[in-house]
Design a protein around this ligand. Structure first.
Ligand code: IPE
Ligand code: IPE
Ligand code: MG
Length: 252
């Protein structure tokens, strides 16, 4: 057997037909820069306002009965931005961790981070680990923050783990199936997203959960992330309940 990064198997067989509440909603939080520009403000003001939208979204997910919420906050490609903006973003992450972890615990939120956290400064890595540790007992909502996350990197890492295990004789390549490969990803133990939302009007995935998105319902909203509200979230859940999911099977 190949060791999985996080243990706990969970993935359930998909249900065909109209789904009620998505178990897992994943959001590409886009449009902070445009929000700031439209107000004549620096981009960092958009990122700050975006952090407020994160708070509202967590509350809306809890109200909506969603069990898993993944937020794409920083992609592996976002390191290409000017160093000043990267510093603003990592500074905001520090601020968020220092000021929100108590609130997350009050609300019953368990935080888990995916992405290449080794690229962050050691103090931020330590704060991330501490926030995960302090919220580990919470059960109301699983909040997954994708930070320095890139799906292609994640998939290559998983392939490398499998190759190493085969070389070391602990994995028979013939037994490597989709479920076993999924356990080598950073999302091992996390159900695939049922619904992926992107704000800002852009219609692309930008290297987000490419493996896990195989049968996700996609929604692209014409709202900039800092303006995203509980009503937008509730509206997306309502639209999701009207979608028919088929997984390649015959329509019912
Ligand atoms: C999303 O907003 C936040 C991050 C990607 C870090 P952007 O910063 O991408 O805002 P736009 O797309 O330029 O408006
Ligand atoms: C995607 O947004 C990443 C996050 C929201 C964290 P980007 O703004 O980086 O994506 P592109 O560059 O428009 O594809
Ligand atoms: Mg953007």
């Amino acid at each position: 057997m190949v060791a999985s990064p996080h243990g706990v198997a969970l993935a359930q067989a998909p249900e065909i037909g109209g789904a009620s509440v998505p178990a897992h909603v994943a959001i590409i939080m886009d449009g902070n820069g445009r929000w700031a520009a439209s107000r004549g403000l620096p981009r960092v003001a958009g990122h700050r306002a975006g952090a407020q939208a994160v708070r509202r979204t967590i509350e809306a997910a809890i109200r909506g009965g969603v069990g898993w919420l993944t937020l794409y906050a920083f992609s592996s490609e976002n390191w290409r931005r000017p160093v000043g903006e990267v510093l603003d973003l990592t500074g905001l992450m520090r601020h968020y961790l220092r000021h929100e972890v108590d609130e997350l615990t009050r609300e019953g939120v368990r935080l888990h981070v995916i992405g290449d956290r080794t690229r962050f400064e050691p103090d931020l890595q330590a704060e991330l680990a501490e926030a995960e540790r302090r919220t580990a007992h919470n059960t109301r909502l699983n909040l997954i923050m994708a930070l320095s996350y890139g799906a292609r990197h994640e998939i290559v890492e998983a392939a490398r783990r499998a190759a190493r295990a085969a070389r070391d004789g602990t994995l028979d390549p013939e037994t490597l199936d989709e479920a076993a490969f999924g356990q080598l990803l950073s999302t091992s133990g996390i159900p695939d997203p049922d619904l992926i939302l992107r704000t800002s009007g852009e219609q692309r995935l930008s290297n987000f959960l490419l493996w896990q998105a195989a049968y996700a319902e996609l929604m692209f909203l014409d709202v900039l992330w800092p303006d995203f509200s509980g009503e937008h979230f509730a509206g997306a859940l309502a639209e999701f309940s009207r979608r028919e999911r088929r997984y390649g099977a015959r329509p019912g």
